[in-house]
Design a protein around this ligand. Structure first.
Ligand code: DON
Length: 302
């Protein structure tokens, strides 16, 4: 299979795309990103890397960070974690508060914002946000084999300044007894984890720990890896998770920065970035690109 040629075709097709979606505007630091950017990378467990376009450009990984935090929270709490957060798709926008009221402050899954904030709270486990963020960066850097990965403080400050909806979710959960740490500490940690910056090349490598391949960093057990992949498949794209599963057939996690991290189990780590989003807040061209890639390679979990 000629992965380089497939990526070249995808890069050319995406350069021609007339509708690139809309860049997220609710976080000022993200609103200024050029919608013309597009990058994609495929990391194989034997160390080979294929890429196209802006694959080396750093972007804000945003909600993709929720996958790494989930791995840390499960590491701390084991299956007890699931008493605080559910495992069902929400069928709602990523920042919706509706279900929390009906469901006693237990968020549907670890990837919607409420669930991710509860997950960060679980991963903090009484430690200072700085320690958690250090651990998170260590995890991501080990997964990607790259010590240069960092948090963009300007983006974190922008999240803090515009985070009232996230604050509402967090205080609502606190009122239901589903927050352990002081709410503002958990939120500070959450805003910073969203502001981690990575390139497609780094993110594709970082996805390898979820592929279960020889040579990939062993950061979680095989059982946990399968379960994290299951959550990505069912909930990784919010109320468009079914559409992503249908079109791509691989576990993936999106972020409002326009990135998507995709896992091809037993095969490769994949990352794509195009800042324009669709109506559900997922990268428009990013989704199109991984759909093209899955079709060309025949890679699918089904
Ligand atoms: O919580 C927020 O609003 C963002 N920092 C992260 C949300 C996000 O990436 C949702 N993804 N599509």
């Amino acid at each position: 299979m000629d992965i380089a040629a497939i990526l070249d075709d995808i890069g050319a097709a995406m350069a021609r795309a007339p509708d690139r979606g809309r860049v997220a505007s609710y976080i000022p630091e993200l609103a200024g990103v050029d919608p013309g950017r597009f990058g994609m990378a495929v990391a194989l467990p034997d160390g080979r890397m294929f890429s196209t376009g802006d694959a080396a450009a750093a972007f804000s990984i945003q909600s993709i960070s929720k996958v790494f935090t989930l791995a840390l929270a499960l590491g701390r709490m084991g299956d007890q974690f699931w008493t605080r957060v559910g495992r069902e798709p929400s069928g709602q926008a990523f920042n919706s508060i509706l279900q929390l009221e009906h469901e006693g402050g237990i968020p549907r899954n670890p990837f919607i914002n409420a669930g991710a904030i509860a997950t960060t709270d679980a991963a903090l486990a009484g430690h200072a946000p700085r320690e958690f963020l250090g651990e998170l960066l260590r995890f991501i850097r080990t997964a990607a084999g790259d010590e240069s990965i960092h948090i963009n403080e300007k983006v974190a400050a922008s999240e803090q300044a515009t985070g009232d909806l996230n604050r509402s979710l967090a205080y609502f959960m606190a009122a239901h007894g589903n927050m352990v740490n002081p709410v503002e500490q958990t939120l500070g940690a959450y805003f910073h984890q969203c502001a981690v910056e990575m390139s497609c090349i780094q993110l594709a490598k970082a996805a390898l720990f979820l592929t279960g391949t020889e040579g990939a960093p062993r950061l979680v057990s095989p059982a946990r890896r399968r379960r994290i992949n299951a959550m990505m498949m069912l909930c990784g794209h919010y109320d468009a998770s079914g559409d992503f599963a249908y079109r791509v057939g691989l576990p993936g996690k999106s972020g409002v920065g326009g990135g998507i991290m995709v896992v091809a189990p037993a095969k490769a780590g994949i990352a794509v970035w195009s800042p324009g989003l669709n109506a559900q807040g997922n990268s428009k061209l990013g989704t199109d690109a991984v759909e093209m890639f899955a079709r060309a390679t025949g890679w699918s979990v089904f």
